[in-house]
Design a protein around this ligand. Structure first.
Ligand code: DGJ
Length: 331
């Protein structure tokens, strides 16, 4: 993020968010947290994501554009103002000495999301775990006593015996947690209630958007309703986003349409959803987070953060903004 000034307002600095630029951490290094999500915990935001370092390769056997970097692990950055981000390290590092391990550099680890369980007092990470050909299609789970790790990897499995690729986890106001994942060859979105410790599916799940091929789920709650922002399914290439709404988190879901507005809105501003962050302590203030993938140089993929625009009638759009200031938008 750039343009950080000192004027403090509601715990936010007057900093500009300039989407698509390189955003540096407090050490001056580019923030490396792709396909990420943010957890707010006790006054601090923790941003977790895929730490993509090194060469992007297309395996020689590839029959589709499964560009990848070696797995390095899950990074974490902390911030109190959503503007200055301190690198907390790799909270779930790759496992380099076991070629069969899910976290071996040769495998795939994507879209990590962390939630906090107030009963067990554990931080629980869910992530997409895959083989380089993406045929494993599993979910991995890790757990930690601290938001900045280290996380202990518990293993991977196919939740509800179904394929699991792009995914997120959402904790409702009543403390129940739900795993959203693209299943059945990415054609159908599963919503799966988790056990009270958030470590496993509890067996209660629904199939949604059947045959509609939605990926990159990002869930938020506004005014008592649940919203799901997602992308289409075109590999690393951008496509049109879609917003859906439901009265019950398990569905049925009603498609609203493309929430993006402005230049390149039909291509999600050349990006793909990853998370929608409620700004703590503010009413109806949300930041939609996207990745602008660079498929041939994934390490240099950029971030697009845009505030949700909520009209008086409650309708939600995501207008393009070249640059915006946190404290001007969220007053
Ligand atoms: C689209 C997904 O959203 C990404 O997380 C990644 O899995 C790519 N596909 C791989 O092509």
């Amino acid at each position: 993020m750039v343009g950080c000034q000192t004027s403090q307002k509601k715990n936010m600095v007057a900093s500009e968010i300039v989407s698509g630029e390189i955003w540096n951490d407090t050490d001056g290094n580019p923030i490396n947290a792709h396909g990420g999500g943010i957890l707010y915990h006790e006054g601090t935001y923790y941003w977790y994501g895929e730490y993509k370092i090194g060469k992007t390769v297309l395996p020689e056997w590839a029959t589709w554009e499964c560009f990848r970097t070696d797995v390095s692990g899950v990074s974490c950055y902390s911030s109190r103002d959503l503007s200055t981000w301190k690198f907390e390290g790799l909270v779930l590092p790759a496992v380099k000495n076991d070629t069969l391990h899910d976290l071996h550099p040769s495998q795939v680890l994507e879209r990590p999301k962390v939630v906090y369980n107030t009963t067990t007092k554990k931080f629980v990470m869910w992530m997409h775990i895959d083989s380089p050909d993406y045929l494993k299609a599993a979910a991995g789970v890790a757990v930690s006593d601290s938001p900045v790790g280290p996380f202990t990897y518990l293993g991977s499995f196919r939740p509800n015996n179904a394929m699991s690729r792009d995914q997120t986890v959402f904790v409702d106001d009543n403390g129940k947690a739900y795993h959203f994942y693209s299943s059945e060859d990415n054609k159908t979105m599963y919503i799966s209630e988790l056990t009270s410790d958030y470590l496993k599916p509890n067996g209660h799940f629904t199939r949604n958007f059947i045959g509609m091929s939605r990926e990159a789920p990002a869930v938020f709650k506004y005014n008592g309703k649940y919203y799901l922002l997602s992308s289409g399914c075109t590999g690393w290439d951008p496509n049109q986003a879609e917003l859906a709404v439901a009265d019950s988190i398990m569905g049925p879901w009603t498609i609203i349409g493309n929430p993006c507005v402005g230049k390149d809105a039909d291509k999600t501003f050349y990006a793909q959803s990853t998370f929608v962050l409620p700004v703590h302590g503010m009413n109806n203030a949300y930041i939609a987070m996207f990745d602008r993938w660079k498929k041939t140089n994934l390490q240099d993929s950029r971030y697009i953060w845009l505030p949700l625009s909520i009209a008086n009638d409650g309708s939600i759009t995501i207008p393009w903004r070249e640059r915006w200031k946190l404290d001007e938008v969220f007053k």
